[in-house]
Design a protein around this ligand. Structure first.
Ligand code: ZN
Length: 107
């Protein structure tokens, strides 16, 4: 999911050219929905990486805060509790992002 920090080599479905994803662009829709996408540098074909809405982004911020807390936690039971919270948020986001992809794909 963390495409911004990874060098992912992909092959374009349309022109079959190879390229590395280094820029994720953002397209905004009504209702706070954002599409994260990238384009093939050879033929400009657009590929959707994922969609987010306010709920997804709020969960992402919460997950980052929990990871920060884990790094500073001194008790293992606290760490485990934070890890469980992160896992719940991750699952919640996965569901929400799949739902958004389906909803937006129909447009
Ligand atoms: Zn292409």
């Amino acid at each position: 999911m963390d495409l911004e920090t990874q060098q992912v080599a992909v092959n374009c479905n349309k022109c079959k050219g190879d390229f590395v994803i280094n820029t994720i662009k953002l397209e905004k829709f009504n209702g706070g929905i954002e599409r994260n996408y990238f384009t093939c540098p050879h033929c400009q074909e657009q590929y959707t990486a994922f969609y987010t809405n306010q709920k997804v982004r709020k969960n992402q911020t919460e997950m980052a805060a929990l990871r920060w807390k884990i790094q500073r936690a001194t008790f293992i039971n606290k760490v485990n509790r934070f890890l469980k919270q992160i896992e719940a948020l991750r699952k919640d986001n996965e569901k929400e992002m799949n739902r958004l992809r389906e909803e937006m794909g129909r447009r």
